[in-house]
Design a protein around this ligand. Structure first.
Ligand code: GRF
Length: 192
């Protein structure tokens, strides 16, 4: 299966998926890393691999539709079948959703539907929950909505946001590859 990873940040989930592909735990190839933030650290990580890196800034386009049409052109060039969002901080619009129905996946650092959007770990700590977690879900037009594929609970480390975030990231790096592997095995082989 041919996967594109979309990321806006540090790219640790990209790196975990890339390792999983190389080690044969994920029966897929990451053929493209797309970022909307050319200065993000994911670009540095991706440049250590042979994977094509594309940085497209939405503000360079007249509309979201034009931006997504440009993305779609690149996705088609690379025969991308699945899109894995990994810290991509934008909503996916109708153009990409229509082109990749049930083929865009996201990972989010909370037990959805709690704590959607930015800084989900900070939101959980501020709320005082004792258990938070990680969710992998299919992407729809909403923000961190869409059918849930997998969830793992992670205890909040009292008074330690940093340790809580580390525990969440460790889980993310395991459940994203496992969930994608299951998804690809059950829906594999079909081009978009
Ligand atoms: C992860 O916590 C992911 O769940 C969220 O954004 C973060 C990205 O981290 N959507 P990284 O860039 O993969 O290190």
């Amino acid at each position: 299966a041919r996967i594109a990873v979309f990321a806006s940040g540090s790219g640790s989930n990209f790196e975990a998926l890339e390792n999983a592909c190389r080690e044969g735990e994920l029966d897929a190839e990451i053929v493209l890393v797309m970022t909307d933030k050319p200065a993000s650290f994911v670009v540095e990580r991706a440049r250590l691999t042979d994977i094509r890196v594309v940085a497209l800034e939405p503000k360079a386009f007249p509309s979201k539709q034009a931006y997504e049409e440009a993305l779609l052109g690149i996705l088609r060039e690379e025969d991308v079948e699945w899109i894995a969002l990994a810290g991509y901080m934008r909503l996916i619009g109708p153009t990409l959703l229509a082109a990749y129905p049930s083929r865009i996946v996201n990972i989010h650092p909370s037990l959805l539907p709690s704590f959607t959007g930015k800084d989900a770990i900070g939101q959980a700590i501020a709320h005082g929950v004792k258990v938070t977690g990680v969710t992998v879900h299919l992407v729809d037009a909403g923000m961190d909505t869409g059918p849930i594929l997998a969830q793992v609970a992670v205890p909040v480390v009292e008074g330690d946001a940093e340790k809580t975030a580390q525990a969440i990231q460790r889980i993310e790096h395991v459940i994203y590859k496992e969930t994608l592997q299951k998804l690809i095995l059950t829906n594999g082989g079909v081009h978009s």
